[in-house]
Design a protein. Sequence first.
Length: 204
Amino acid sequence: MLRVNEIFSSIQGEGANSGRVATFIRLSGCNIRCPFCDTNHSSYREMTVEEILDEVTEDFVVITGGEPFAQPKVNEVYELIKLLQNDYHQIAIETNGTIRIDDSERHGIDWEDVWVTVSPKAGFFNGKVKQRQTWANEVKVIFDGKHEPSCYIDSIVTDYYYLQPCDTGDAKRNQEIIKQMLEYQKKNTSWRISLQLQKILNVR
């Protein structure tokens, strides 16, 4: 059984897949708690992998959280990915990178066809949280103007690096963060900008 916060269809609003219609499988629970997180970690219903598959309506599926690999029965996360792949779905998974993905052949997953987004949070915890995932298709760093993103360029091998402005809930502070982020990106051109398109369009 997996702890599922919600399953819904919407557009992917962030990163390289921005604008794609997807079914989102949001798993509940995380091994870290970031102050800016917008996910309810306490609410969930236990579902079998088969029950989850029955609620998938789109060809593109995003598994997110919380932290998917912090599930009590993490092997069922791998089983979900494998069965989605067997049903010809395109799959993306979003992780904070503090738990290393087991990409060995034993799960029967073709990892070349799974889009992995690492949104690293180790920099927000003053060395108390370790970054363990060393590869991804994209790295998406929440930019708050206080923490240096460049350390992730050396720690994770990836195709794309994204900066996403932190939404503090304070409009004035958000504008300051955006200004800082744009100045940072001008000087560090390996980074691209990722905006939360779903919030701009005011969709779920």
